[in-house]
Design a protein around this ligand. Structure first.
Ligand code: CTP
Ligand code: CA
Length: 227
């Protein structure tokens, strides 16, 4: 069930969605990245526009076309995404972190392209932790603002998801079951939506748009519960 596109139940709301995957530069031409396509985040942005929201989409390196009606801002690294999302979140009713944020970044970014040295192995790449944007958003959220995280788990999906929800301190965690050919870059997703009040909503295998609509349903339930 759920409202679907015809009922503008997100009208008057500002929602922020992050999508894609961050890239952490090693030098001007190379980066550490991940396989996130941005499809789930873009589906969240499109469905929110269809349901009447004002949508800010923060896109990390996605090649997908801008969704009509959303304000799209492009970011590269986790630190750029953090700055952009904290700024956009200031007046947001909901923030959905669908982006795959790199946990680590190279400690140093070479100013010039790294060159081979004849007869020598390369220097090891030293990594440092990136800020945890979702935890920071959750800790700093205003009353009534709903913060949503996404997690991809390969095993113990429910237990790992519940632990992550508690650790991050967010309102909702959407846990994707991933495996060899599941979720990454595909059109379809299978997930369970965990809420901080203990709610567990399984979403059967289906289009990312359908999962997106169920996420907005869960967000509207949290707004109602907050009064
Ligand atoms: N996330 C974030 N900032 C980070 C890492 C992750 O905001 N530095 C967000 C992601 O956008 C996602 C959620 O946190 O919404 C969960 O990401 P995940 O990688 O599953 O969580 P981690 O805490 O990084 O756990 P793990 O060690 O399993 O990767
Ligand atoms: Ca991670």
């Amino acid at each position: 069930t759920g409202a679907g596109a015809l009922v503008p139940d997100l009208a008057g709301r500002h929602v922020v969605v992050t999508a894609g995957g961050t890239r952490e530069p090693l030098d001007p031409v190379r980066f550490l990245g991940n396989r996130s396509s941005g499809k789930q985040g873009y589906a969240l942005a499109r469905t929110a526009v269809a349901r009447g929201a004002r949508v800010t989409l923060l896109s990390a390196n996605s090649e997908l076309p801008d969704p009509a009606g959303a304000e799209v801002r492009r970011v590269g690294t986790a630190e750029e995404l953090r700055d952009a999302v904290l700024k956009a979140a200031a007046d947001a009713d909901a923030v959905v972190m669908a982006a795959a944020v790199a946990d680590f970044r190279p400690a140093d970014r070479a100013g010039q392209k790294i060159k081979k040295v004849e007869g020598r192995d390369p220097e090891p790449v030293v990594l440092v932790r990136n800020p945890d944007i979702l935890a920071e958003l959750s800790a700093g959220r205003a009353a009534g603002q709903v913060v949503v995280g996404f997690a991809a788990e390969t095993e113990n999906v429910l237990a790992n998801g519940q632990a992550k929800l508690a650790r991050k301190g967010c309102d909702i965690l959407v846990v994707n079951q991933v495996g060899e050919d599941r979720a990454f870059g595909t059109e379809e997703n299978e997930a369970v939506i965990l809420a901080a009040d203990g709610g567990e909503t399984p979403v059967p295998h289906g289009p990312k748009e359908a999962l997106a609509d169920r996420v907005w349903d869960a967000v509207t339930r949290r707004w109602s519960a907050a009064g």
